[in-house]
Design a protein around this ligand. Sequence first.
Ligand SMILES: [Zn+2]
Length: 485
Amino acid sequence: MSSTLRIVNGKVYDPANGVDGEVRDICVQDGKIVEDVPPDARRIDASGMVVMPGGVDIHCHIAGPKVNLARKLQPEDHRFDVHPRTPFTRSGTGGTVPSTFATGYRYAMLGYTTAMEAAVPPLGARHTLEELHDTPIIDKGFFVLLGNNVLLYQLLKEGRREEFRHAVAWWLNAARAYTPKLVNPGGAELWKERNANITDLDDEIPGFGLTPRQVIEALVDVTNELGLPHPAHIHCNNLGIPGNYKTTLETMRTLEGRRAHITHIQFHAYGGEPGGRMTSKAPEIAEYINTHPEISADVGQVMFGRATGMTADAPLAWMLRQVSGNKWVNADVEHESGCGIVPFVYQERNYVHALQWAVGLELFLLSEDPWRMVLSTDHPNGGSFLSYPRLIRLLMDREFRNEQIRGQPTCHTPDGPAGQPGTGVHFAGDRHHHPCRSGAAAGPARQGSLGRRRGCGHHHLRGERRQGEDVQHAALCDQRRQGDH
Ligand SMILES: [Zn+2]
């Protein structure tokens, strides 16, 4: 039986097809957008609402062993944010790390249709697949952690390059992963050996005579040789350390001419000296990416409020525990990875947090190609994916943004410094609109990543696996509500 739908009176944004805010109808037949449908097709009146391609969350943490560990660590989240059962949807819990059902429903209600879990050790792949299977409505996949894999290190150490390539391919296939993920390459070995960490791309990884630079090059090359649809995601060394922009730039220079994705780059765009006062180096990072089309990034925006630090970078989790004093758990994954979880609150009055917030916005606003500087909070690390409407408003509404900037004691306003001087935060080139406009969430489709599979982001209108019409209705209502404040 064919299903047909006509969405009428909505303001349509479709960057891939050059439609920029036209009020027009959208017709859908059997999950595909078509020219026209019969007059008796079901109708949704989207008057006063925006109709746009489904959002693709290119990098988030929504399923698998570390996510479950974070759920277990925060029972208070389950109590204060209960997601009740309805005639069409199952029950769940929310907070910064929602249960599987709530994750799918809540993404769908934001207009997101795809989310990619960004860090799964091969040993956790089956657990992850089961949780993703339980995550309703949205499309999803995951990236497999290979940047600290001792068997791959062994093959590299012995110069067995061809077997290294085969092993990467085997792991991707066996885990059912979309692309490799590298997290603080080499860091896990030092952490496991003596609770130390990598500080430089040319540090030696103990026991292997390798350097992070060699590991990064080898894995990026193999990802590209294998013709994977999406580049390897790299969480660079020195996350969160003042002065780390040098490591980030050096990582990108090492990969010059080679396709790669630098993830949550906001956390890697700081000036200053380790242990000293952090400054913004967003202009330097944005400039490099603007001039190197082979590199893409997602921002990893910090949003004020509750978050959960959740990472395969175990030494980083320990550092977060030290600065926050919060409850925390670290867990090693034998031969493959590490992991750490720390609940965290980003505070407007905290210099470092406010700077991180500003650096993220700078990266968006200084980026000339929004298809390669993708919207993310690295959910739930910089904040929940539920903060995306607010983040999109920060990017699209200059008035609102300036108001928020003026409220920050540590940021410069576009018109000059406010509050504490000399923080080095730049809001150069302040634009009326973020250049991606409503396409912000659809960036990954243009990158030849998920778009290759689906054409573009339109598939959010497909009826497949939809739990009930109320979800669709709620998503539209939610968009309207978000636009109201
Ligand atoms: Zn991440």
